[in-house]
Design a protein. Structure first.
Ligand code: NOJ
Length: 559
């Protein structure tokens, strides 16, 4: 059975304080030597995850997919892509994870399917006005002969959000909406059949023991059915974040009744099943998703987007605690994921997560980035609520920015006309052991990993770092062990303490404190508090710059 934390405490649901490890399955571990991560690789590494001390894994889409968007283009939601394994292996993996005390979340992709999904093939074959087309968003074009797209919306990956199809009789026909790649047609959530099928998909996996789902593009499912223009210039490649209040394809009120139904599905199962939303919405709108009869949790992207700056972070943390609390939900922190540059790199040059994608332009101070990443990890793991780790952050991996052009797989690279390289740099296969590529990612003598790894990763492998007290891996292991075992981490509250300029200090319980030194100067630590853990060595009772400390004890204020 999954472990409980601080077992004498009354049971808050496990997910409210869980540390969840994101497995980007293609890049985690390759069991069969084809150069792509898979379920066999994941199963072999479950003991590593247990030893790391995480409560759960979130596995990115493992369903059959042509991989136009790394698996976020799903062709069948009730099966496993042969590259990753079989349904039987998936079931065994879930059971093995549970036996080790690790819960399992899957990724559900309800905004769009793959264009190879049976429904889309049926829609193309059935023609305009058919019931089959009604599962997607098909429209006639504008202009003479319907030759222009129905409106000016843009794909998130660049270019028009509409693609024209050829009708069964061979003539140019209707257009379909895709807010992402053209291989990812958007579903029509007004369709009863779409709704009931997704409920059945949730049940399919809950029946197989999964503990919950991360919901992809949770804010996108429902569109303003009038499909109004956004006023985007004809030559614009992207629809840049314009702060539009009522965006016609994001955060429409209609999404909520979908999640109310999903919550009922989850609650019809024993155990605390959980949803975590990927919802890029205005902060004041987030509580709507987190109401007690909707989703349990949602990523705090403000934290991930924040620069390494104390005043900004303090404000972000305050709001991150307060906003979900409005509706009784816990905060959910995250520093990195498979869509943003790794935070070692971000913090090493002052970028924010969505601040830059034209990699290579800025100089990165990786030592500084690593130092801050260590401090950021202890900051995040000291906050109340749950936290998500992205695979490889526990190894201190950085964004790989010199991947050769021909290796790039992210659809953004093509759709932006080779102006934006995309997200492959945070998806490079993990180094596990050994001194030569693929560094234990796959068996010796197997295919090369699907993205090349930097040679330096020899010194960043899990094996290399294991047992090395100053390594990132040992820092994460120590932090997760303390978080699980020390009283105070489960308090659910955070109280700011007076602290010198450039220092953030807070109390989690009368006996547990955390302080982060963002200033350029070492800061004296209080003498009557014991040091539980620090992100860097402390000498002479001074907390160095860009360092976090966890303190244990009681007595004087932190000054
Ligand atoms: C968000 C996912 O995290 C990202 O990787 C994907 O490209 C889009 N949603 C589309 O599914």
């Amino acid at each position: 059975m999954p472990r409980t934390r601080n077992s004498q405490k009354p049971a808050a649901p496990w997910w409210s304080t869980a540390v969840v490890y994101q497995v980007y399955i293609r890049s985690f571990a390759d069991g069969n030597g084809d150069g792509v991560g898979d379920i066999a690789g994941l199963r072999a590494r479950l003991p590593y995850l247990r030893e790391l001390g995480v409560d759960a894994v979130w596995i990115t889409p493992w369903y059959p997919s042509p991989m136009a968007d790394g698996g976020y283009d799903v062709a069948d939601y009730r099966a496993i892509d042969p590259t990753f394994g079989t349904l039987a292996e998936a079931e065994e993996m879930i059971a093995e994870a549970h036996a080790l005390g690790v819960r399992v979340l899957l990724d559900i992709v309800p905004n769009h399917t793959s264009d190879r999904h049976r429904w889309f093939a049926d829609a193309l074959a059935a023609g305009p006005g058919s019931h089959e087309r009604d599962r997607y968003v098909f429209r006639d074009g504008r202009g003479e002969g319907g030759a222009l797209p129905p409106n000016d919306w843009r794909s998130e990956f660049g270019g028009r959000a509409w693609t024209r199809v050829t009708e069964p009789d061979g003539t140019p026909g209707q257009w379909y909406l895709h807010l992402f790649a053209s291989e990812q047609p958007d579903l029509n959530w007004s369709s009863r059949e779409v709704r009931s099928d997704f409920e059945a998909i949730l049940r399919f996996w809950f029946d197989r023991g999964v503990d919950g789902f991360r919901i992809d593009v949770a804010h996108g499912l429902v569109k303003d059915h009038t499909l109004p223009d956004l006023g985007i210039a004809d030559d614009a490649v992207f629809e840049h974040e314009g702060g539009k209040e009522d965006h016609p394809h994001w955060d429409q009120d209609g999404v909520h009744e979908i999640y109310q139904t999903w919550r009922k599905v989850a609650e019809s199962y024993a155990g605390d099943r959980v949803f975590v939303a990927e919802a890029h919405v205005r902060e004041d709108r987030l509580p709507l998703y987190l109401r007690q009869d909707e989703l349990h949790s949602a990523f705090n992207f403000a934290f991930l987007k924040s620069a390494w700056e104390p005043n900004v972070l303090r404000e972000v943390i305050d709001r991150g605690v307060r906003t979900p609390a409005e509706v009784g939900a816990p905060p959910t922190w995250v520093l990195s994921n498979h869509d943003v540059p790794r935070h070692v790199t971000r913090f090493g040059r002052g970028d924010t997560a969505f601040g830059r994608r034209d990699e290579g332009a800025a100089v990165t101070d990786r030592a500084l980035g690593t130092r801050r990443a260590r401090a950021a990890a202890l900051l995040m793991l000291a906050l109340p609520g749950g936290a998500y780790l992205y695979q490889g952050e526990e190894l201190g991996l950085w964004e790989v920015e010199d991947l050769p052009d021909e290796a790039l797989k992210d659809p953004t690279w093509e759709r932006s006309g080779h102006t934006v390289r995309g997200r492959d740099g945070c998806r490079v296969p993990l180094p596990w052991s050994g001194s030569d590529a693929p560094f234990g990612f796959g068996p010796a003598g197997g295919e090369a990993p699907w993205l090349p790894q930097p040679g330096e990763w020899e010194y960043f492998s899990a094996q290399f770092q294991s047992g090395a007290p100053a390594s990132m891996l040992e820092l994460y292991r120590a932090a997760l062990r303390l978080r699980r075992e020390q009283p105070g981490f489960d308090s659910g509250t955070l109280r700011w303490l007076d602290a010198p300029e450039g220092v953030l200090a807070f109390e989690r319980s009368p006996v547990l404190r955390c302080a982060v030194n963002f200033s350029g100067e070492p800061m004296p630590l209080p003498r009557d508090w014991g040091v539980l853990l620090t992100s860097d060595r402390i000498t002479g009772g001074l907390l160095p710059p860009d360092t976090t400390v966890w303190l244990w004890g009681g007595g004087a204020a932190l000054r």
